[in-house]
Structure formats: C-alpha cells, structure tokens
Unconditional design. Structure first.
Length: 124
C-alpha cells in the first residue's frame, strides 16, 4: 500500500501514523527532515486524494489521521520487511528483534509465548 508512495509522501504518512492524528504543524514537527508548512499541506492533500488520510475540522484547524487502520499499515510494512530482509521467515525476524537487547516485561513475554503456542498449533 504505502510502498508505492513517493519518498516524501511516505515519510509524511508514516509520521502521521506514529502520531495517530495531528495538525499540519504537528506532522511537520514529527518529520526528521522537515518540509515547509505548505509542502506538508500539499502532501497531506495528496494522501487524502489517494484515500490514505482523512481530515476533520478541529479547534486549531484541520486534524489529519490515517484512513486505513494503523495496524493494517503496520502489518503490511512488517510483511514487506520480513520478505525483504529475512527471506520470508517470521521466526528469523522475531529472533533478530529479540536479539537487539531490549528486556521484555513479564506481560510481553507471556504475550509472545501465547502467539508462539498458537503458531505451533496451526502447523500440520
């Protein structure tokens, strides 16, 4: 979905996904390489025309939000990353993520165990 977007449009869309909802100024501030206000407005308008962004009137102007659910976009991006860098192996990707050294909370570890158990049960 987003892989076909030009680089700057994708950056604006990804910033908006991180924010979940924001004004043009908020999106601009979230960019690592900020664009002008008018360029951000233009990118958001293009994304809206493509059906990727919705806008609603807010107290400080328009508030933009991703039209597809963030989880859907994340799943698509993650699938693309797994296919590209881990030869389609979710287990290899998970191993790489866990190898980054961040400690898991007991709740995160339990959630991972449940997902692993379900994945093992689905195998023939």
């Amino acid at each position: 979905m987003i892989e076909s977007l030009p680089r700057r449009e994708r950056e604006v869309f990804e910033a908006l996904c991180r924010l979940e909802a924001s004004t043009t100024a908020g999106v601009r501030a979230a960019l690592s390489d900020p664009l002008s206000d008018s360029a951000v407005r233009t990118m958001l308008a293009r994304l809206e025309a493509k059906g990727l962004v919705e806008r609603a009137a807010g107290p400080d102007g328009f508030v933009y939000s991703p039209a597809p659910r963030t989880e859907t976009v994340a799943a698509s991006a993650l699938r693309r990353m797994i296919d590209t860098f881990f030869a389609g192996s979710a287990a290899s990707a998970a191993t790489a993520l866990l190898g980054l050294g961040q400690r898991l909370t007991p709740e995160e570890a339990a959630a991972l165990e449940q997902v692993i158990d379900k994945a093992v049960e689905r195998k023939p």
